[in-house]
Write a protein that binds this ligand. Structure first.
Ligand SMILES: NC(=O)c1ccc[n+]([C@@H]2O[C@H](COP(=O)([O-])OP(=O)(O)OC[C@H]3O[C@@H](n4cnc5c(N)ncnc54)[C@H](O)[C@@H]3O)[C@@H](O)[C@H]2O)c1
Ligand SMILES: O=C(O)C(=O)C[C@@H](O)[C@H](O)[C@H](O)COP(=O)(O)O
Ligand SMILES: [Zn+2]
Length: 356
């Protein structure tokens, strides 16, 4: 990828992907914005600092807010503090929020933008692989509650998303690998060429400056864009993007958010594959391919935890209807289908199959 690429998410918003493109940030803001709140995680000013300077240089009044790192950002008290900053500065509907960070920051800042005055513009500048290929795209925002992950949130389409692949140079390898889980998800649910690329050269996928990683980003963003454009509010198709997340979110919550989201989703995809296999949807080869692709890039595929606690956590999944749990499983490669109300025995067997 040499020049920046613009990938439309239907007519909802664009995703700009390139290298050295951070200086385009002001161009993504709607006309008429005068004040901007830049939201960044604690300890990571390397990108938010220049973004704030670029916006100031365009004559905008910029205030920067630091939020706790990682999942601790997705908390109502943190959101309330940001509402306070917007209130003190009298942000109006023609002012904007700019998130510069990983998926936790884009989820939080997107939620604050969705709720302030019932909606002000937000621009996402994702700085992790995971946020570039998934969290910043498509307008899902949210925070956690004591009862579970992402239980409070809103759909709020960003004004724009700017992915500068060069920022991945400083991303710890474990976070890059975690982001690959959402890329793998895109391969299994919609674009098998992603899996071929990962199998051919898994090492290239974990190098921030490789052409292979750039191609994977582009392919995964296109998968997400296509799904979101068809079903922004998750009435039907968008549920496929939740592949691996029913157990994944439960694992995150039960472990007190000590594990990266992508790692939990990797485990969740193996679980979904086990469920699919045991219900006759997918064959042993496709089940084995899940473990092979994920392990190939260094993602976890085994898990042993408290099955009772996981079942309770899964009962709060947003796809559940009443007491009926609903999962996304594969009916073959790139053929996601819904599995309604599998019985508890099957869930426990599939959990046990994760070994660990
Ligand atoms: N809204 C959605 O559609 C959606 C989709 C997928 C995931 N998510 C959410 O995204 C979150 C996970 O996001 P994540 O994996 O980006 O985690 P994260 O935001 O916690 O970032 C991971 C770590 O990387 C650090 N970091 C970020 N960019 C860096 C850089 N360029 N250099 C060095 N360090 C950097 C962060 O400070 C943090 O410590 C979860 O809360 C998940 O629920 C949301
Ligand atoms: O965009 C979506 O839709 C997704 O499900 C993408 C997931 O990767 C993401 O983790 C999302 O936040 C999960 O959504 P939730 O509705 O289960 O909270
Ligand atoms: Zn996810």
């Amino acid at each position: 990828m040499s020049d920046a690429l613009t990938i439309p998410v239907g007519d909802l918003h664009d995703v700009v992907v390139g290298r050295g493109v951070l200086d385009r940030v002001a161009d993504l803001l709607p006309d008429g914005v005068r004040q901007v709140l830049v939201v960044r995680p604690e300890g990571l000013d390397r990108y938010a600092g220049p973004v704030a300077d670029l916006l100031s240089a365009r004559g905008l009044a910029v205030v920067t807010a630091e939020v706790p790192d990682a999942e601790a950002a997705k908390d109502v008290h943190v959101a309330a503090r940001l509402w306070g900053v917007l209130g003190e500065r009298a942000f109006t509907r023609t002012d904007a929020v700019v998130a510069v960070g990983g998926g936790t920051v884009t989820d939080l800042a997107g939620f604050v933008a969705a709720t302030w005055l019932r909606g002000v513009p937000v621009v996402h500048v994702p700085t992790t692989l995971l946020a570039m290929v998934d969290a910043a795209v498509g307008g899902k925002t949210g925070i956690n509650t004591a009862e579970g992950k992402n239980l409070v949130g809103a759909f709020h389409t960003p004004a724009g998303v700017l992915c500068d692949l060069d920022v991945l140079e400083t991303l710890p390898r474990a976070d890059l690998v975690a982001g690959l889980a959402e890329v793998v998800k895109g391969g299994f649910i919609a674009d098998p060429a992603i899996l071929d690329l990962l199998e051919r050269d898994p090492a290239a996928a974990t190098r921030w400056d490789s052409p292979a990683l750039a191609e994977l980003v582009e392919r995964k963003v296109r998968v997400k864009a296509q799904v979101v454009a068809a079903d922004l509010r998750e009435f039907f198709l968008r549920e496929v993007l939740n592949y691996g997340h029913t157990l994944g979110h439960a694992v995150e919550q039960v472990e007190g958010y000590r594990r990266r989201h992508g790692e939990a989703v990797a485990i969740g995809m193996v679980f979904a594959a086990e469920l699919g296999y045991r219900t006759g949807h997918l064959d042993a080869d496709l089940l084995a391919r899940h473990r092979r692709v994920l392990e190939g890039v260094g993602l976890p595929t085994t898990y042993s935890g408290d099955a009772d606690a996981l079942l309770v956590a899964m009962s709060r999944d947003k796809k559940a209807r009443g007491s009926l749990l609903r999962f996304v499983v594969l009916d073959g490669l790139a053929r996601p289908v819904r599995l309604e109300g599998p019985d508890e025995r099957l869930l426990r067997e599939s959990l046990a199959a994760l070994g660990g």
